[in-house]
Design a protein. Sequence first.
Length: 413
Amino acid sequence: SDGHPDYVDFVEKTERKRFSYFDYAKRFDAIFYEPDYWAHVFRKSGAQYVVLTSKHHEGFCNWDSRDIPTTWNWNVMDVGPRRDVLGDLSVAVKNVTSPYTHKRLKFGVYHSLFEWFNQAYRQDQATNFTRQDFVNQKTLPELYDLVNRYEPEILWSDGSLDADSDYWKSTEFLAWYATESSVAETAVWNDRWGRDSMCKHGGFLTCQDRYQPGKLIPQKWENALTIDTTSWGWNRNSTYEQYLTTEQLIHTLVETVAFNGNMLLNVGPRADGGLPAIFIDRLYGIGEWLSVNGPAIYGTQPWDVAQHEPSQNTYYTTKNGFLYAIFTEWPDDDALELKFPTPTEHTIISMIGYTDRVPYADILGGGVKIYLPVLTPDIVPCEHAWVLSISHVAELDHHHHHHHEGDEDTRTQ
């Protein structure tokens, strides 16, 4: 066998002899797959959109792709679940509304352009991608089919890096998606549509997996990461320690949003369609935090003055003239000394989820010292990170003073 030794050992240890990759498809029976329950979990997590893998690099189609002859016997209708796994989730997700933003959840599709084991692809590659048989007979028919059938408002492309976007005909397809498809008005897509587009062109940039630039990126970007640090699927080998904690995930969310990103968090279902409880635990933990602190995350923008004060473990976001300071560690002396916000005579500071005002003092030479309340367990609003809402900061306030009441309502987020 010429596979990766670790994987060969795993299959030999766990399966009968002469077990091929194809045999795994029969294992994928999805008997405990409950798309409505998945949608409920994702809704409660605070997620605003859900992206399902329609096809990964091994080419197996998770939707009813039977209209495309080149997907024969390697899709969920012909082998394995014998149900439209993707279609059922798309219906379930579009039917639920976020409890935190009261917006309908959006459905998106991940799709790998290339395939590991496809002869047509290998033959195109052998011509240095001058021939496009694989694209014409497989990639494009799949993409058009997915959009026409399921109307996804997000397309998350992957597996494009062997060739330029010309080979994949990406521009031609995306022009159709953005102007003529049934979701043209709301459609967004990522940057993985060819070697020449990765991290450059797209509605949002993903650049690399687990992308965290650590600074403000002016173009909208997304951090796609996994709860199980070892895998983008279900890894039966994983130990408890290999899963990110709820706190790590919340801190990642805060850092990502402060720098103008979104977080796309991967969970790995089992072959029987079940969603392991550890993923649900993490999702609910994030949701619990967002149920309190959502106002500092949803619909916010990064603060152009500063995004992060590392010495205070504090990140900033803004919305509707408010500055939100999100701190991920409680300071030893119960005081936060922030360099960047300048309070004015109108400034009020409060903590989201806590009733009383929070006292503060100007720091000579700029900044503000905030005296945090003593939070006993019965009144602490949340765990893992806390949010101060700061009104009338000089840096955000200068263009408000001369407005009449109500003028601010015309600004859109």
